[in-house]
Design a protein around this ligand. Structure first.
Ligand SMILES: C[S@@+](CC[C@H](N)C(=O)[O-])C[C@H]1O[C@@H](n2cnc3c(N)ncnc32)[C@H](O)[C@@H]1O
Length: 266
């Protein structure tokens, strides 16, 4: 491959990259227009097709309940948050825009992301790094001592393109999220976390196709850790998660309760 690139003149390389670029953007456009979840997300006014991943996880495991206290990590642009708000505030009179960023008497939803996010009625949106102390302090302030029913993490690092490094960073975010969850969840609480699996790639002429996923050592260790804290641990790949995507989700149900002295979660 490298020798092929070296043999090309600068003009040829330019033409080649333009062809590749336009063919990959065409592919992306055609994938978007043929994707049933993209269409459904538009029809149902979800901000992202990812909303259906959470809908499918919840349809199977039923962890989002009316009036629950829910913390979502990695929430922007807000597809998951819309689903969470629908379930938690279900049956309540439609919350108005003014009720954004308030603590509801019954049911609190806190959505955290590095990126800004459009408001969702009833939801407390925190823009900040979940790993930073001030962000966690803001979460605790909003909770005001309330026990948490569900912690979800759809956090993903900015991908560097180096798969092993991206995988390691993604697992690190999972570990931080779990440490935090085990400090604030109530007994029998639920933790849902996205993981990015290692993959075996079929690499042909600048076409990268993930063909197989497997759990590396760090995911096995993480699953063991989840088993230590939760009664039931399931690995899920909802239909809405693209086959070629290396992502998967752990759903951990039945938090056994805090065993050690609570720390700040890290
Ligand atoms: C896949 S997106 C989330 C999509 C969202 N669940 C939805 O349905 O719209 C992953 C998000 O994780 C966020 N993220 C990554 N690291 C973070 C961190 N340390 N603190 C807060 N958010 C983080 C990113 O900014 C990004 O918006």
């Amino acid at each position: 491959m490298l020798s092929f690139i070296r043999e090309q003149s600068p003009t040829n390389l330019c033409k080649l990259s333009l062809r590749l670029y336009s063919s990959s953007s065409k592919k992306w456009l055609s994938r978007q227009s043929n994707d049933v979840f993209v269409r459904d997300a538009r029809a149902q006014q979800y901000r992202a097709r990812s909303a259906f991943k959470l809908i499918q996880l919840n349809d199977k495991h039923r962890f989002l309940k009316r009036n629950a206290n829910v913390i979502e990590l990695g929430s922007s642009p807000g597809g998951w948050t819309q689903v969470i708000a629908e379930k938690v505030f279900k049956g309540k009179q439609k919350l108005s825009e003014e009720e954004t960023n308030v603590t509801s008497k019954a049911g609190t939803v806190i959505a955290v992301d590095l990126l800004p996010m459009e408001p969702i009625p009833g939801v407390n949106i925190l823009e900040g790094d979940f790993l930073a102390e001030p962000t966690r302090q803001s979460i605790m302030k909003i909770l005001d001592g309330k026990a948490v029913d569900v912690v979800l993490s759809d956090m993903a690092p900015s991908f560097s393109g180096h798969h092993m490094a991206d995988h390691a960073r993604s697992m690190e975010l999972c570990e931080y999220a779990l440490a935090f969850a085990t400090n604030i969840l109530k007994k029998d609480g639920v933790f849902v976390c996205k993981v990015s699996h290692l993959s075996v790639y079929e690499n042909s002429m600048l076409k990268l196709t993930a063909t197989q996923f497997f759990m590396g050592g760090s995911e096995q260790d993480f699953r063991q850790l989840l088993r230590k804290h939760f009664e039931t641990v399931r690995h899920e790949k909802p239909k809405a998660s693209r086959k070629e995507s290396t992502e998967g989700f752990f759903v951990a149900i039945g938090f056994r309760g805090q065993t050690e002295q609570p720390s700040d979660g890290f």
